[in-house]
Ligand binder design. Structure first.
Ligand code: GRF
Length: 222
């Protein structure tokens, strides 16, 4: 299958970017990452991209004070790279509705909760405060509303007694790293279709859109 051209937008450590790099390097997911764009020049994800030989670009809000300018700079960079699909992976800037609409159905995001529960920031803190026994992650198509949009894949993670936000963050990340390649694979193979508010997957196998943390998988086994 021809490789689809994907741009990944980051702001931080880029462990999800690494998971995507690893999945594409082995050919498991038919994608070529053509650009890693960061909103911060000190993002460690840039180093990961350089090591993988992927072109990088920093588009800092400091250099583009207005939202419209910032979005235009990002839009240009995506176009110049010839990106067909965009993955937001820990990208901490809000994108304007116009740019998001231009990429409708072709822009994905990962969020560290089971959306629509717990959108926004400080997710793990709020999950613990609410006393949830379960949390997880969601890969979804991006819509102008933040942390909303049709769900492609979810991963389920247990909350354990005594968890700290940091412990929970790490446990959720383990599943994020499997969920993002899985969702991107469904999209680039043309198996996803958006119907109203939801995603329909062609020839979906039971469980294909659901990942379990290994701990849960162990508990469920008879
Ligand atoms: C992840 O938890 C992701 O769900 C959220 O931001 C974090 C990024 O982590 N959107 P990393 O930079 O991929 O390690």
């Amino acid at each position: 299958m021809e490789l689809r051209r994907v741009a990944v937008l980051i702001s931080g450590s880029g462990t999800n970017l690494q998971a995507l790099i690893d999945a594409t390097k082995t050919g498991r997911v038919p994608v070529r990452i053509v650009l890693v764009l960061s909103s911060r020049e000190d993002a460690y994800g840039l180093e990961r991209a350089r090591r993988a030989g992927i072109p990088t670009l920093v588009v800092s809000p400091k250099d583009h004070p207005s939202r419209a300018d910032y979005d235009a700079a990002i839009g240009c960079a995506l176009e110049e790279a010839g990106a067909e699909i965009v993955c937001l992976a820990g990208f901490m800037r809000l994108l304007g509705a116009e740019l998001v609409r231009a990429w409708e159905g072709r822009m994905l995001n990962i969020h560290p909760s089971l959306l629509p529960a717990f959108p926004g920031l400080e997710v793990h803190e709020r999950v613990l405060e609410a006393g949830m026994p379960v949390t997880g992650c969601t890969v979804h198509f991006v819509t102008p509303e933040v942390d909303a949009g049709p769900v492609i894949v979810q991963g389920v993670v247990p909350v354990l007694p005594g968890d700290t936000p940091e412990a929970l963050r790490e446990r959720v990340l383990e599943v994020e790293h499997r969920a993002y390649p899985r969702a991107l694979d469904l999209v680039v193979r043309g198996r996803t279709r958006i119907e109203g508010e939801r995603v329909v997957v062609r020839d979906e196998a039971p469980g294909e859109r659901l990942l379990l943390h290994p701990m849960l998988a162990r508990w469920i086994r008879p």
